[in-house]
Design a protein around this ligand. Structure first.
Ligand SMILES: Cc1ncc(C[n+]2csc(CCOP(=O)(O)OP(=O)(O)O)c2C)c(N)n1
Length: 348
């Protein structure tokens, strides 16, 4: 029988380094706005799968607090002087915080040819934005940790302020790619400017972390390689914001790697394959931040409700629009098999 006890109990989860530190009102409001849109997007995607408008859903409800802050704090741009993103399939809130559009995520979900991430060929949450150094998100888990070594190496050689950000789940850290990442990032002859993030939701599909991890914190593994490590409560945007900021500043200026483990929730289970039903027992970052804003007198629950309704109406318009858009033609099936060949507007 599966042991349902969380590996790191709620009492033991890192709290809130800087839990007393507050963000300015405008910044927290901006984060809240993005988190609401991120949640409404994911809930819409879940409904689309249930309605037969998409084959499969996987995504990031429960990761909005941490992922929004990650996107807002990063240096977006193209090339080695900016940050590289090697994210995972729960990173929709990071994409929105970077400036991505919900309608494009809806397009990928419905596999329309207008999907700018994969032209309707990949499934939801598998983003890719060349202009922002956001490399394609993969379905095989943890691959991103070995791919990220490449941009980390290039940035170490070039110098400057650009860093490589890589993020994946707790269960995936058992894969060799994660170990390779720790080895390569910490070589004394050439340490890499990599922010190595583990988003720990305590589950790997239906396998509880408590039965799998002999180590207390996954981030502790970085210590064996002489790396700085940190843990944070990923369900609270203020805590997450300050932790990410501290970690990024270190990697950016010291040009050395850091492992940051954030504890967050998996609010709709693993994917549509596990039912995608809301999990009442887990902390919900959207509710927590709404309470905080209300208590501070910065945004009442009534205002949050109105805003959520307005954003949901907007999401519905985007959704309706996407349903009218064309699917890829079968003649395109061989496009993009090789890089730079036959891409839209490219040479034949
Ligand atoms: C290499 C590989 N092995 C197995 C799978 C099947 N698989 C998909 S998600 C998943 C669990 C991942 O758990 P975790 O890394 O904790 O991330 P989470 O989904 O919880 O965010 C597994 C085993 C896969 N996609 N790729």
């Amino acid at each position: 029988m599966t042991d349902m006890t969380p590996h790191v109990s709620p009492e033991e989860r890192p709290s809130p380094r800087g839990s007393t530190a507050q963000l300015p009102r405008e910044e927290l409001i901006r984060i809240h706005d993005l988190m609401i849109e991120g949640r409404l997007l994911e809930e819409r995607l879940i409904r689309m799968q249930r309605q037969g408008e998409a084959y499969f859903w996987i995504g990031g409800p429960g990761e909005e607090a941490f992922n929004t802050c990650l996107g807002l704090l990063a240096d977006k741009g193209q090339g080695l002087d900016h940050d590289y993103f090697h994210l995972h399939y729960r990173s929709s809130a990071t994409l929105l915080a970077l400036g991505g559009k919900s309608i494009d995520a809806l397009r990928q979900m419905h596999n329309t040819v207008t999907d700018p991430h994969s032209r309707g060929r990949n499934f939801c949450g598998h983003f890719s934005v060349r202009e922002w150094n956001l490399v394609p998100i993969t379905s095989p888990i943890e691959v991103q940790y070995s791919v990220a070594i490449g941009t980390g190496l290039a940035q170490a050689r070039q110098g400057g302020k650009g860093i490589t950000i890589v993020q994946g789940g707790d269960a995936g850290s058992a894969e060799g790619d994660f170990a390779s990442c720790l080895v390569w990032a910490s070589r004394p002859m050439q340490p890499l400017p990599m922010l190595i993030i583990v988003a720990n939701n305590q589950w790997g599909i239906s396998t509880a972390a408590s039965g799998q991890h002999g180590e207390k914190y996954i981030s502790d593994r970085g210590k064996a390689f002489g790396m700085k490590t940190m843990t944070c409560n990923g369900n609270d945007p203020e805590t997450a914001y300050f932790a990410i900021q501290e970690a990024m500043d270190y990697v950016r200026t010291e040009r050395r790697p850091l492992v940051l483990e954030c504890f967050l929730s998996r609010l709709y289970g693993h994917s549509s394959s596990s039912g995608a039903n809301y999990v009442e027992e887990e902390p919900d970052c959207i509710k927590l931040i709404a309470d905080k804003l209300d208590q501070r007198g910065w945004r009442s629950h009534e205002e949050t409700k109105k805003l959520t309704e307005a954003k949901e109406a907007e999401m519905t318009e985007w959704y309706k629009q996407v349903l009218t858009e064309p699917k890829p033609d079968a003649s395109e099936v061989h496009m993009f098999t090789f890089a730079e060949r036959n891409h839209v507007g490219g040479e034949a």
